[in-house]
Design a protein around this ligand. Structure first.
Ligand SMILES: Cc1cc2nc3c(=O)[nH]c(=O)nc-3n(C[C@H](O)[C@H](O)[C@H](O)COP(=O)(O)OP(=O)(O)OC[C@H]3O[C@@H](n4cnc5c(N)ncnc54)[C@H](O)[C@@H]3O)c2cc1C
Length: 274
């Protein structure tokens, strides 16, 4: 499929990108292009203008900020995967980045693009939820910080408004570094049919991939985990608030079975003992 025609503009800074959007209106920001371009080819979106933010070096970094690690929105999946700082401090994020697609996708795709696209089948949104990240959103009116649990508002819709940029993601450091990610798919490079991210330690979290219209933070299971409940009880609680569906990959019942089973496996792999 061929996308509808569009104009292409390259932003030279965050402020320039926001100003270009204000000037042109019917526009989309282009980061790695690995979700946006397929959507344009299918004509699910047809912006008149693409504003390329992909070369904004000011949004590509992984910084130790004391109590948290700050990641620029244009940091590529490959850079997350290869980061020794993340491997040491936020291991779940580095590992999950290495589970996204194949090397070509990881060399181009950005964490910001993945989060703003908001696909419930994507890996990094679930990791961000389990890690209780905060999202820094920048627009003409300034900056605001939105917790990950409030970021994913609907199918392919996030708290980032028209003309705003996701500029930074903040991952709190925690005592204890045990975590696990269990991704179930048919082939190594595929999107998850279901996946479960588990982070132990203080303020633990559990999040699910592909179990509803948005990336899903498992509120009840995370509370049970924090309370030290048996793994079987946490696995039962993980379905609360989910909205799985039938499709050609799996029935709703099978997805629910996977969510429980992958939660049990993730807790065991992370070394959880109640
Ligand atoms: C073959 C293939 C396999 C894949 N497999 C997986 C997989 O297994 N798991 C997985 O999680 N993902 C997978 N992906 C998706 C991949 O991770 C994408 O890179 C990612 O979803 C989008 O990142 P991007 O930088 O390419 O964003 P883009 O495609 O450039 O943008 C996506 C959306 O976000 C907006 N946007 C981008 N950056 C910003 C920003 N900073 N602020 C505001 N808006 C922004 C864009 O306007 C657009 O609406 C796959 C993609 C392909 C093509």
């Amino acid at each position: 499929m061929i996308p509808a025609s569009f104009d292409y503009l390259e932003a030279s800074s965050v402020d320039h990108a926001i100003a270009l959007f204000a000037e042109h209106g019917d526009a989309k920001f282009l980061a790695g292009g690995h979700s946006l371009v397929p959507m344009m080819k299918l004509r699910l979106v047809s912006p008149s203008v693409l504003i390329d933010i992909g070369r904004l070096a000011e949004l590509s970094y992984i910084d130790d900020r004391g109590d948290h690690v700050a990641v620029g929105a244009l940091t590529r999946h490959r850079e997350l995967e290869d980061s020794s700082l993340l491997a040491e401090q936020i291991g779940l994020l580095a590992h999950v980045a290495g589970q996204v697609g194949d090397p070509q996708v990881r060399n181009r795709g950005t964490i910001g693009g993945s989060l703003v696209h908001g696909d419930p089948a994507a890996d990094l949104p679930a990791a961000s939820l389990a890690l209780r990240a905060s999202m820094v959103i920048t627009g003409a009116a300034g900056q605001r910080v939105v917790p990950a649990v409030d970021f994913f508002v609907n199918f392919l819709e996030t708290a980032v408004g028209d003309g705003e940029l996701l500029t930074e993601i903040r991952f709190p450091k925690r005592t204890g570094t045990r975590w696990a990610y269990q991704k179930f798919n048919r082939r190594a490079m595929d999107y998850a049919i279901v996946a479960v991210a588990v982070q132990l330690g203080d303020n633990p979290g559990i999040a699910l991939v592909n179990m509803g219209p948005t990336p899903h933070f498992a509120v009840a299971a995370s509370a049970a985990l924090a309370a030290g409940a048996p793994a079987s009880k946490i696995a039962d609680a993980v379905l609360e608030g989910t909205g799985a569906w039938d499709d050609s990959n799996a029935t709703r019942e099978y997805r629910e079975h996977l969510a429980r089973e992958l939660t049990t496996r993730a807790l065991a792999k992370a070394g959880y003992t109640s």
